[in-house]
Write a protein that binds this ligand. Structure first.
Ligand code: ADP
Ligand code: MG
Length: 580
């Protein structure tokens, strides 16, 4: 019997290790640009094509490498960086020390061109393919480093299969560069994607961090974003906070507008997010979140070792103190720099927010049930479309005579949940191109909206879907879009705010990879929420149209999230209710 155990060769080991460090083009870009930052570069140029899968080329004017280092840096565990265990950088990259370049080289065709800044020796060209060294020769070049990564994952078919669309990958790369650019305002960043400059941020070298950050925010997130912000500056002996937070009127539906940096590293910190939110107190409703760009400078002793490298999370010590500092900073920033007069609190009141609100209204136990999808064979000779008896905000009551077939001979009343119905209709409209597209209302004056590059990328990605839903958008320069038409139902909606919220919602779980079908579902969901007013009544004509569209769906009885669209109110319930 021959042995099935084989010893993996070095190349295979590298390819396996690579899979752990290198997930997608964006992680390649992040690793290489972080190396450029470590090398002291003041200019970093990123050029990608086809979302980075065809080509990623990153050039810097950093310290560069001599020939020996140029060869060595592609080896596993080659690092010139000695790191202290309590250094945040070490905590966040632990396990990746000296592995990034060798991992990238293992799964791509890599060209390295570099020349050291010191002692002006000549440059070196190294070419590797799938981790194998193909060439090493001298070249002439200015000090600094250029790394070219071509055909990423060409030798890892499994990984290739799980790749996203080039647009999605380009958008992730833009997000990575945006965060790095916000973390380092003094470095010039340029991102070119398929020959289009998507981000150009000149080096901000004059003024203090606040001034630099304002300029950088303008370049990365746009003027409209900056206009919604007020400066925040606060510090104590352990922590210095500098940044921008949004005015209460410009809150968001989720946390995606928040960029947090601790010691210049982009971080997710629920603690910091909550503390900032807390500082707004009652200025924000509980389901709204502020946007912010915040730099925290913390002494390393406050950062806990208990961290999650992938999720960019750190645990912080002395939470109370940090929370109080942030809360105070936020409320002062919102009050135009004045510390608001403290509320007299003679007694130690329990936290009001933690108390449950009193319930003044008598609960009515109203329990409509989902109806089971009727047996299809019974309705071969297509059943009549149910008619609406009357509309109440959020719901439609069907005419009992027109919907008997839905109840399978049972008695009772049928209600349509408008929001669930819209959700179903819209999501089928998105996934099935044979369905009728939305009725469109061309705008007399197209609305011009300023968007951030990230919003632009997200919106651009969903243009075909938005068009199917009746929103006609044209790009109009790197920061501007033009809305030419909207669906009739959206008349009167603040389209600028809504689009910006939509772009956040489509990528809600920051960092996670959201598939296209998932985004379509979210788009349909966000859209249906906008279309249904819980206070406005539909006209009978609109209502009947909605019902007709619902029953034209392939799957009319549930929304894409599984919520019933048609509810059944039992006769027993009606009888009980009538008796009081
Ligand atoms: P690490 O960053 O953890 O040291 P990497 O694999 O990312 O590991 O890089 C390996 C080494 O290659 C670095 O320690 C550094 O010495 C060198 N290096 C990589 N990129 C550059 C660059 N752009 N400029 C100068 N040196 C670089
Ligand atoms: Mg590195």
């Amino acid at each position: 019997m021959s042995s099935t155990i084989r010893i993996l060769d070095e190349l295979t080991i590298n390819q396996i290790a690579a899979g752990e460090v290198i997930e997608n083009p964006a992680s390649v870009v992040k690793e290489i640009v972080e190396n450029s930052i470590d090398a002291g570069a003041t200019e970093i140029h990123v050029d990608i094509s086809c979302g980075g899968r065809q080509l990623i080329r990153i050039s810097d004017n950093g310290c560069g490498m001599g020939k020996d280092d140029a060869l060595l840096c592609l080896e596993r565990h080659a690092t010139s960086k000695i790191r202290q265990a309590d250094d945040l950088e070490a905590l966040l990259t632990m396990g990746f020390r000296g592995e990034a370049l060798s991992s990238i080289a293992a799964v791509s065709k890599l060209t390295l061109m570099t020349a050291p800044r010191e002692n002006k020796s000549e440059g070196t060209l190294v070419i590797a393919e799938g981790g194998r060294l193909l060439k090493c020769s001298p070249i002439a070049r200015a000090p600094g480093t250029t790394i070219e990564v071509k055909s990423l994952f060409f030798n890892v078919p499994v990984r290739k299969k799980f790749q996203h669309s080039p647009t999605h990958d380009a958008h992730e790369i833009l997000r990575v560069i945006s965060l790095l650019a916000l973390a380092h305002p003094n470095i010039r960043f340029e991102l070119i994607s398929d020959q289009v400059a998507v981000l150009v941020a000149p080096a901000e070298t004059t003024g203090n961090l606040m001034q630099q950050l304002r300029q950088r925010t303008n370049a990365v997130l746009g003027e409209a974003f900056l206009d919604q912000m007020v400066p925040l500056e606060v510090s104590d002996e352990n922590c210095q906070v500098v940044g921008l937070i949004s005015l209460p009127a410009h809150s968001r539906a989720n946390r995606t507008g928040q960029s947090l940096f601790i010691n210049r590293r982009a971080i997710n910190s629920p603690l910091v997010s909550f503390a900032v939110r807390d500082g707004y107190s009652t200025a924000l409703p509980s389901n709204r979140y502020p946007a912010c760009v915040l730099h925290l400078q913390l002494s390393p002793s406050l950062i806990d070792v208990n961290v999650h490298p992938q999720k960019r999370e750190v645990r912080l010590r002395q939470e109370q103190q940090l929370r109080a500092l942030l809360r105070q900073g936020v409320s002062r920033a919102l009050n135009g720099g004045e510390t608001p007069a403290p509320c007299p609190a003679p007694f130690n009141l329990p936290d009001m927010a933690e108390r449950r609100p009193l319930n003044f209204s008598m609960p009515i136990s109203f329990s409509p049930q989902p109806i089971p999808a009727p047996d299809h064979d019974l309705f071969r000779a297509s059943p009549p479309t149910p008619q609406v008896a009357f509309a109440i905000p959020g719901y439609l009551l069907l005419d009992p005579n027109s919907c008997r077939h839905l109840l399978n001979a049972k008695e009772g009343l049928c209600l349509i949940d408008q929001r669930a119905a819209h959700h179903r209709i819209l999501s089928e409209r998105l996934s099935n191109s044979s369905l009728q597209a939305a009725e469109v209302q061309p705008l007399l004056l197209p609305v011009t909206i300023e968007v951030t590059p990230i919003e632009m990328a997200r919106i651009r990605e969903m243009l075909p879907e938005l068009a199917r839903l009746g929103i006609d958008i044209q790009e109009f320069g790197p920061h501007t879009i033009n809305v030419q038409a909207i669906p009739t139902e959206l008349e009167g909606v603040d389209i600028a705010t809504w689009l910006s919220e939509l772009s956040q919602e489509l990528h809600q779980d920051y960092g996670a990879q959201t598939s296209r079908s998932e985004r379509q579902k979210r788009l349909a969901g966000a859209f249906s929420r906008k279309l249904v007013s819980r206070t406005k009544k539909m006209s009978r004509e609109q209502a009947n149209q909605l019902v007709a569209q619902l029953f034209a769906c392939e799957n009319p009885y549930r929304c894409p999230l599984g919520k019933p669209t048609v509810l059944w109110i039992e006769p027993e319930f009606l009888a009980k209710y009538a008796q009081g």
